[in-house]
Design a protein around this ligand. Structure first.
Ligand code: NAD
Ligand code: UDP
Length: 315
């Protein structure tokens, strides 16, 4: 198949490009390189069935493809809040453009939605039928509401035009190729611990998250895309739930770091708890995560320590 991945030079996108090429597909990576890097996909460039297009999803594009994975959108709060209007445009105009393309070339399209559609959830763990508790005017709204509207657009095109859609809700995902400075908790803590800098816990660290290793995420995405019966939304994430304090202590232990843990103000609307219910993914896709937090953190620590110690890649 010929497969388009928007946001393909980003963290998850680059792993997806790599895996789909390995599975024998032709892959087109489309990216505006806002948070993506050429070096994430540099090792794929020699592959004759891999193509890269520098393009912004807020502009229309016409390419003949069989499947579209729509991942284009900065995922870290620091980056998506940098230019909130652009984040909304990327989510909404990006979804419109990709849905228009899917409709025109009759491609199946998978939307990378997010656990953020549940906002600061009052239902725990989060099931797909929960409508969420998102603040429409807060600092996270450009992302949360952008992603919620992208889901709305997916279902409107599906009902109105018969577009073949798949929607997954991705929970916190981590692993190699996250940006060292992208502000997300796993990369922040690992880089801080490796450099002996203070580990910055926002608030008292009692808020929880569930962390999924990127290889498990990519497997879940591909299974969802190729399932002929389910449109979603389907939660994909690791249901292991940890407080941010527990995460900091694990990373400190695994890196044998002498870093101090310090507390900083909690950003507004920071969700108090998050954990996916993955019954649907498990029963309908036969998917469940296979890489636990310890194993995934050790692999990520290895990646970041190589980057930090390589003078060509100053972190
Ligand atoms: P990332 O920031 O590493 O990747 C996003 C990619 O999209 C980057 O390569 C960026 O340059 C590109 N991009 C951004 N705006 C664009 C635009 N207007 N046009 C074209 N390309 C654009 O983030 P990620 O962690 O790889 O996330 C990928 C997708 O998964 C995102 O849609 C994100 O919302 C979703 N998601 C990720 C997580 C997570 O924990 N990693 C959780 C929930 C949802
Ligand atoms: N966090 C933290 N220190 C950091 C970065 C993040 O304590 O240096 C916290 C953040 O407040 C949140 C959790 O870690 O409670 C996860 O943050 P992240 O930005 O990774 O993702 P999200 O909030 O979108 O789940």
């Amino acid at each position: 198949m010929r497969i388009l991945i928007t946001g393909g030079a980003g963290f998850i996108g680059s792993h997806l490009c790599e895996r789909l090429l390995k599975d024998g597909h032709e892959v087109i990576c489309l990216d505006n390189f806002f948070t993506g890097r050429k070096e994430n996909i540099a090792h794929l460039m020699d592959n004759p069935v891999f193509e890269v297009i520098r393009h912004d999803v807020t502009e229309p594009i016409l390419i003949e493809v069989d499947q579209i994975y729509n991942l284009a959108c900065p995922a870290s709060p620091v980056h998506y809040q940098y230019n909130p209007v652009k984040t909304i445009k990327t989510n909404i105009m990006g979804a419109l453009n990709m849905l228009g393309l899917a409709k025109r070339v009759r491609a199946r399209i998978l939307q990378a939605s997010t656990s953020e559609v549940y906002g600061d959830p009052k239902v725990h763990p989060q099931t797909e039928d929960y409508w969420g508790n998102a603040n429409p005017i807060g600092l996270r709204a450009c992302y949360d509401e952008g992603k919620r509207c992208a889901e709305t657009l997916m279902f409107a095109y599906h009902r109105q035009n018969g577009v073949d859609i798949r929607v997954i809700r991705i929970f916190n995902t981590y692993g190699p190729r996250m940006l060292e400075n992208d502000g997300r908790v796993v990369s922040n803590f690992i880089v801080q611990a490796l450099k002996g800098a203070d580990i910055t816990i926002y608030g008292n660290g009692s808020q929880t998250r569930s962390f999924c290793y990127v290889d498990d995420m990519v497997e879940g995405m591909i299974r969802m895309m190729n399932n002929d019966h389910l449109v979603g939304p389907v939660n994909i994430g690791n249901p292991g739930e940890f407080t941010v304090m527990e995460l900091a202590n694990m990373i400190k232990r695994f890196t044998k770091s002498s870093s101090k843990i310090v507390h900083m103000p909690l950003p507004p609307d920071d969700p108090v708890q998050r954990k996916p219910d993955i019954k649907i993914a498990n029963q309908s896709l036969g998917w469940k995560p296979t890489i636990g937090l310890e194993q995934g953190l050790l692999r990520s620590i290895e990646y970041f320590s190589e980057r930090i110690n390589n003078p060509k890649n100053p972190a």
